[in-house]
Design a protein around this ligand. Structure first.
Ligand SMILES: O=P(O)(O)OC[C@@H](O)[C@@H](O)c1c[nH]c2ccccc12
Length: 280
């Protein structure tokens, strides 16, 4: 039986074929080369106070159906940036998530922070396309790619100046992901084959990441307490969609996540400096 992920990817391939018929590989390559250079998100992620929030523009999802209309993705992205987000994620998958490259264009022109193209990337064309539309980061899902594809697409995105976010959901995928020496790894609490969310997966896998990799906790955040849990588990960044698009106050929500994360860091610093005295 095909999984949800298999079904999404076959739709993505059909839509891709239609775009390719309209814009050739050479044309998209030339557009990517002509785009302003990509921003490097890693220094921003490493120095963000509390936690780096990657805030997502997400209209619908296969698990929840319609989430929010989002008539003005650029305005939403600007609110995220005003709240202190370190990057904006734009879902460009059409059939299940209601996104498009037009959303990516609108967000790109509305903010100056790094922008992630979030899609089911299975072909080099999509990587050039991301760059042509101003993306600084691209999502590469270990669950959707074999080792060779993952390595080739990671190299291509890096050559184009972008930062790949390599997404994993279990220890085997993490091992495959680390083979490409990524600088940014996301642990998705949602299993995209079953759509179930298990935040424990994040807590289990984040400690296995090398310390020079920026660790992103993805999915399943319903409020600041979940962000605090992810930060305690070792997340340097959190990727949040649903809670931000349905909450009605995106800037305030992003700011509250950062405040919660800063609280965790302050408590950890306090107990570290208290520890030697405790022993006396
Ligand atoms: O809405 P949430 O639970 O906050 O999740 C956001 C993001 O993690 C989720 O949209 C996501 C993570 N990885 C993906 C891969 C494809 C599509 C979507 C995703």
């Amino acid at each position: 039986m095909p999984t949800v992920l298999d079904e999404i990817i076959s739709g993505v391939r059909e839509d891709l074929a239609a775009r390719r018929a309209a814009t050739s590989f050479q044309q998209i390559e030339a557009m990517a080369a002509a785009a302003p250079p990509a921003l490097d998100p890693l220094p921003v992620f490493r120095t963000a106070p509390g936690v780096a929030v990657i805030a997502e523009v997400k209209r619908r999802s296969p698990s929840k159906g319609a989430l929010a209309d989002i008539p003005e993705p650029g305005a939403l992205a600007a609110a995220y940036a005003a709240g202190g987000a370190s990057a904006v994620s734009v879902l460009t998958e059409q059939r299940r998530f209601g996104g498009s490259l037009a959303d990516l264009d609108l967000v790109r022109s509305a903010v100056s922070i790094p922008v992630l193209r979030k899609d089911f990337i299975v072909d080099a064309y999509q990587v050039y396309e991301a760059r042509a539309h101003g993306a600084d980061l691209v999502l590469l899902m270990a669950s959707a790619l074999d080792d060779e594809q993952l390595s080739d697409l990671h190299d291509l995105a890096t050559r184009l100046g972008m930062t790949p976010l390599v997404e994993v959901h279990d220890a085997a995928e993490l091992e495959r992901a680390l083979a490409v020496r990524p600088s940014l790894v996301g642990v998705n609490a949602r299993n995209l084959k079953t759509l179930e969310v298990d935040r424990q997966v994040v807590a289990d896998l984040l400690p296995l990441l090398p310390s020079d990799v920026v660790a992103v906790a993805e999915s399943g955040v319903s409020g600041p307490a979940d962000v605090a849990d992810y930060v305690r588990a070792g997340a340097g960044a959190v990727l949040v969609g649903e809670a931000l698009v349905t909450g009605g106050a995106p800037a305030e929500a992003v700011a509250a996540f950062i405040t919660a994360a800063s609280g965790v860091r302050a408590a950890a610093a306090g107990s570290a400096s208290a520890a030697p005295q405790d022993k006396e």
